[in-house]
Design a protein around this ligand. Structure first.
Ligand SMILES: [Ca+2]
Length: 406
């Protein structure tokens, strides 16, 4: 008697961000079907928030140190994925992958140097699909990776109804705007700033929030539903953030990575020597050996402090954006998707970078809020996303919402 074959293995964990595309696609399909039954104005809007280099160092993922009350609040009203992984821990291949719903071995983009429509296939993107189905599609900040990987146009005009917005202060990110201990300005990795003191008196993510809110106000009275993608830059290096956020993380509270050693027998191909942080003036001054380092312990604490402070700064920008969505009474008819393009190693395995295949570099936060599905519709005058102040130590921890571990 022949035996039944064993059941197929579960899908690999890296499958999850492709599921992201499929989920948004299925929402879109449902919306399209709904639109056939009623007027287009009944279709749900979509707000897609993409963060740059954010690993799940967030309260809603069980991190007890990081203060992220606004993202936690979103998670409490969302389906929260516990095992979501980027297809590749590099910006452009990851973004092109989940925005087209195709793996890098299909888009044939593993770096930054080609445009999929001419290099591999004329694949549609998620925003393009919404645009072709009656949505006004808008891009703010870093959604596609800039450069040839999105044809120097963020894939316009295919993906967007009008030209994407980029914050004007982005051009200062890698310039000498960080006040060093010598009182002079440097291009540092660690860059807490007095916002009033930097060029233009603002930071890119602040400008992106302002532009996104301006677009939401404009779309509130639009006859068409909208798809708004907002791409935040922090906590991508350099850690250039308002200096007050450093106070949330006293150095004496900062622990080191639990496994800070380069693993014995690690093949060199599995390791990245974090050259992009070595280029910064404050890291150069440490004269760290290539390729393995290590970084002095006190500087390791400072890197972790600045990463977490950047996450809390990002969290306040997300808070202002979602609070505005509430104020405009758009919470009851807008799906919110939140994710990151990949993670970042904070000293684990001796790494201070993305690029590797360790889970700290590939795992990402992923959550979906769907009005009336993942949380009850807000009542009259009720706000689902009131702004949460991370400096208010009395603010209660949010419950973490529904979790999916698949
Ligand atoms: Ca990135």
């Amino acid at each position: 008697m022949s035996q039944m074959p064993p059941p197929p293995p579960p899908p690999p964990l890296g499958w999850c961000l492709l599921a992201f595309s499929l989920l948004l696609g299925s929402f879109c399909f449902s919306l399209e079907s709904a639109a056939l039954d009623s007027s287009a104005t009944d279709s749900l809007n979509v707000l897609l928030i993409i963060v740059d280099d954010l690993r799940p160092s967030l309260g809603c993922y069980g991190d007890n140190l990081v203060r992220s009350p606004n993202i936690d609040q979103l998670a409490s009203h969302s389906v929260l994925f516990q095992n979501a992984f980027a297809q590749q821990a590099v910006c452009a291949p990851s973004r092109v992958s989940f925005l087209t719903g195709r793996r890098p071995d299909t888009t044939r983009l593993y770096d930054f140097n080609s445009y999929w429509r001419v290099h591999s296939g004329n694949f549609s993107t998620i925003p393009q699909y919404f645009k072709e189905n009656g949505y006004v599609t808008m891009s703010v900040g870093k959604v596609f990776h800039p450069g040839i990987s999105s044809n120097h146009s963020d894939d316009s005009p295919y993906s967007w109804s009008f030209p994407p917005y980029h914050p004007s202060s982005e051009k200062y990110e890698n310039t000498k705007t960080c006040r060093g201990q010598d009182g002079k300005l440097h291009a540092n990795l660690l860059c807490p700033v007095d916002v009033a003191d930097v060029p233009e008196g603002t930071l890119p993510d602040k400008q992106s929030t302002e532009e996104a809110i301006r677009l939401l106000e404009k779309m509130k009275t639009s006859a068409s539903p909208f798809f708004l993608a907002v791409g935040y830059h922090k906590p991508h290096i350099p850690f250039r953030y308002p200096k007050e956020f450093q106070k949330l993380y006293p150095l004496e509270n900062i622990t080191l990575a639990p496994d800070p050693q380069v693993p014995d027998g690690l093949p060199p191909v599995a390791y990245n020597p974090w050259m992009d942080i070595r280029e910064r003036e404050d890291v150069q001054a440490l004269n760290i050996s290539v390729p393995y380092g290590p970084i002095p312990v006190d500087f390791q604490r400072k890197i972790r402090q600045s990463y977490f402070a950047s996450v809390s700064y990002l969290d306040t920008e997300v808070g202002h954006l979602l609070s505005a969505l509430d104020d405009l009474h758009l919470t009851s008819n807008t799906i919110i998707a939140f994710t990151s393009d990949h993670g970042w190693a904070l000293g684990e395995h001796g790494e201070w970078a993305k690029y590797s295949n360790f889970d700290v570099a590939t795992r990402v936060p992923l959550m979906f809020y769907v009005p009336g599905k993942t949380a009850p519709l807000p009542g009259a005058g009720e706000k689902l996303f009131p702004y949460q102040d991370p400096f208010d130590s009395t603010s209660e921890l949010m419950d973490s919402g529904m979790s999916w571990t698949s």
